[in-house]
Design a protein. Structure first.
Length: 211
């Protein structure tokens, strides 16, 4: 039984048809996203400086036209920075609300900006940096042991956001001032920002239990 030989692989070659397809894709992207037309054009210009197929077809990193992975990572980083969400309006609303704050955990972030009003998501680092810069109180419990966070959440009080706190002593599901709740998290080793007289306490090597 005879088999036909498999054709030999050939390097990526630059053709006028491929160039036309690339220009058409670039034009459609700029028309579909007019707000980002300048950014798309800038990235396309950088890619066009490396003609497809020149220099052996592929670079050692596997990108066509000799484009290095470092250059492509730079383009992706620029896109990521450009698409970072601006939370300034939500942070401003939280600053105007008594008890407004940002809490971060393993499941993402939750911005408390009103009584029963919350904004949740997973862009933790971006909203954390913006909140700290704006002076909003931040409680980051991602570095605390999971069972300790569960104990603090279920067995401790909630932050009174946009409402008057209940009188002490506070128990589970009661509403306490932000300062009191932040002290409990700080004692467990959570990061605390922009809350006066509350600092992150160094947690011991063994896992802490909630106060």
């Amino acid at each position: 039984m005879r088999f036909r030989p498999w054709p030999k692989p050939e390097p990526y070659r630059d053709t006028s048809r491929k160039r036309a397809a690339f220009k058409r894709k670039d034009r459609l992207e700029r028309e579909a996203l007019p707000l980002f037309a300048d950014m798309i054009a800038q990235v396309s210009t950088r890619l066009s400086r490396h003609p497809l197929g020149r220099g052996g077809g592929f670079s050692p990193d596997g990108f066509p036209g000799g484009t290095s992975s470092a250059s492509r990572r730079g383009d992706l980083l620029m896109l990521q920075q450009h698409f970072t969400t601006d939370y300034s309006s939500d942070i401003a609303a939280a600053l105007e609300t008594p008890g407004g704050h940002l809490s971060l955990g393993r499941g993402g972030f939750m911005l408390h900006y009103g009584y029963g009003a919350m904004l949740s998501g997973y862009d933790c680092d971006a909203i954390k940096a913006q909140s700290i810069a704006a002076g909003l109180p931040v409680i980051d419990s991602r570095c605390v042991a999971f069972d300790v966070v569960v104990q603090l959440t279920l067995g401790g009080p909630l932050v009174a956001v946009g409402r008057a706190p209940e009188p002490a002593p506070w128990h589970g599901l009661s509403y306490a001032p932000l300062h009191a709740v932040a002290l409990r998290y700080a004692a467990a080793g959570a990061e605390i920002w922009n809350i006066p007289e509350v600092e992150t306490l160094p947690a011991p090597a063994e896992r802490r239990t909630g106060p």
